[in-house]
Write a protein that binds this ligand. Structure first.
Ligand SMILES: Nc1ncnc2c1ncn2[C@@H]1O[C@H](COP(=O)(O)OP(=O)(O)OP(=O)(O)O)[C@@H](O)[C@H]1O
Ligand SMILES: [Mg+2]
Length: 341
């Protein structure tokens, strides 16, 4: 263990250390020269010259060190910008930087280029997963609705005919029971198809789809769900309506599952080429930064990814005991056809 005074000395910044060491050398040289000298004018001139040379050397040393260390400020500033979310930040080239420090900057830039490329790859992958999921859900819903539900409807019709033809009372009751079971299965299949991919969104648009979602949410919870929707929703491109609907669905699910709110409000408005959806609940609230680190699920991540897929943004504001607000903003115009459902 080093003595305390040595540790204090080592903590002094490099420039201070160099300036201090130089000053000590100057003082020691002057002291020795004075002690040995005879005080003649020639010697005084010599001492003044020596003091000036040492002083200039001190200043030059300090300036050189300051110049050599200057690129460290750039490194620090770049690290701060990256930490703040600006992933395009890079260490700028410097003409005064020491070659070693220059190399550290270049190495950091290479690392950042690699990370940015990897991040872009992961985002492409995430968007592909989301799109594939949506496509798959739409196809399952179509299959359930157009095939399974139609077959069940035909079965029900057939059973009704049989019930009309059968004379035996017991048999009539039995056919009626079977008909009721088939009817319940048909209702469940339709509900499943609707949950997997709501056709009301395709058929009637975002406003009615959100109204229906709100009513369904109220039915399966204690919460009241209010919808405040703008009239100009038709101007939102279908692909973006679908994003807004999915985000609303996830935000409502989260509110019910995690927040236990009394009131959830869905607000949807269009203005200046932007559609804005807000889902606010008065439930338990949470710490978004902590949830982001812990990543207990995929909901919040998927909300953001869905929004960014159509050049939009999703913002989640919450605090423990203060409810939660999810705001998604997307441009209203159509997106280039990149294979969305
Ligand atoms: N409205 C909300 N009220 C309270 N807590 C919330 C709310 N929304 C999210 N959270 C918290 O944030 C966490 C992350 O939410 P996220 O939707 O990403 O995952 P999840 O709902 O747990 O799982 P998944 O959505 O994948 O089924 C939740 O586990 C919950 O603790
Ligand atoms: Mg969730």
């Amino acid at each position: 263990m080093l003595p305390r005074w040595v540790r204090s000395l080592l903590r002094i910044p490099l420039v201070g250390k160099i300036a201090g060491a130089n000053a000590l050398i100057v003082l020691a040289a002057m002291a020795v020269a004075f002690a040995r000298g005879d005080g003649s004018p020639a010697e005084t001139r010599y001492l003044v010259l020596l003091a000036t040379a040492l002083g200039v050397s001190l200043v030059v040393n300090v300036v050189l060190v300051l110049v050599a260390l200057n690129p460290l400020t750039d490194l620090e500033a770049t690290a701060h910008r990256i930490w703040g979310g600006d992933l395009q930040a890079r260490v700028p080239p410097s003409v005064v930087a020491d070659p070693d420090l220059q190399r550290v900057g270049s190495a950091l830039n290479v690392l950042l280029d690699g990370l940015t490329a990897e991040r872009a790859r992961l985002r492409t992958l995430a968007s592909e997963v989301i799109r594939a999921g949506d496509r798959e859900r739409a196809s399952i819903a179509r299959e359930l609705h157009d095939s399974t539900a139609q077959t069940l409807a035909a079965l029900l019709l057939e059973l009704s005919v049989i019930a009309g033809e059968v004379r035996d009372e017991k048999a009539v009751a039995r056919v009626e029971r079977v008909r009721r079971i088939a009817s319940d299965v048909l209702d469940e299949v339709k509900l499943l198809a609707h949950t997997v991919h709501p056709r009301v969104l395709d058929d009637l648009g975002l406003g009615p789809a959100l109204q229906l979602l709100a009513r369904e949410t109220e039915e399966r919870s204690q919460a009241r769900v209010a919808v405040e929707a703008d009239a100009a929703l038709d101007t939102i491109a279908p692909s973006r309506q679908s994003v807004l609907y999915r985000v609303a669905q996830e935000a409502l699910n989260n509110a019910l599952r995690h927040g236990k709110p009394k009131l959830i409000t869905l607000r949807l408005g269009v203005s200046g080429g932007l559609a804005r959806l807000e889902v606010e609940d008065d439930g338990a609230g949470f710490d978004p930064a902590e949830a982001e680190r812990r990543r207990p699920g995929m909901g919040l991540f998927t909300m953001r990814e869905r929004a960014s897929l159509v050049s939009g943004t999703a913002e989640i504001t919450s605090a423990k005991g203060q409810g939660t607000r999810v705001v998604v903003t997307v441009p209203t115009d159509s997106v280039p056809p990149t294979g969305e459902t």
